[in-house]
Design a binder for this molecule. Structure first.
Ligand code: FES
Length: 151
């Protein structure tokens, strides 16, 4: 069975700010975890690289604003994931309403989000310290590689 070490809490240098801005999306492996660094509308985000649903590559997803939140759209089955919080968003009708209309709802946090900081033109990512299970954890590490291949 795979031994999981907790994240170290150490910020990792991931690149020069200008290079990451030009790249827009950058893939890094930090402490064995595959993450995606995104620069969008002057803000950096760092998210687990594989979609919580079935391990899709978020690197190729479009970004849209949904219900006031910037979301990456997984290219596989179009799940929407907010970049700042990692929430899964979905649209549905509430059948208890007299005239149900489709609205956006949150499934809660599904994708692990990491902390990006900048200093003197250098960019750092510190892995999430949240000890709760988050669904995107399933597709990380050696076991995750096997699961992604099955999906
Ligand atoms: Fe991302 Fe299915 S793998 S939506």
């Amino acid at each position: 069975m795979e031994e999981k070490m907790p994240p170290t809490g150490v910020p990792h240098f991931v690149g020069k700010k200008e290079e990451l801005i030009e790249a827009k999306r950058s893939f890094r492996t930090l402490e064995g975890r595959d993450i995606l660094i995104i620069h969008h509308q002057s803000v950096f985000y760092a998210v687990d690289s594989y979609c919580y649903h079935a391990g899709g590559q978020l690197q190729n997803g479009d970004i849209e604003e949904i219900a006031g939140k910037l979301c990456i759209i997984c290219p596989n089955h179009k799940y929407k994931i907010s970049l700042a919080e990692g929430e899964g968003l979905y649209k549905a009708r509430d059948p208890t309403e007299e005239k149900p209309v489709r609205r956006w709802y949150s499934k809660g946090v599904k994708q692990r989000i990491h902390t990006v900081t900048e200093s003197n033109g250098d960019v750092y990512v510190m892995l999430s310290q949240c000890s709760n299970w988050i669904e995107s954890d399933f597709f990380q590490g050696e076991k995750g590689k096997v699961e992604r291949a099955k999906a």
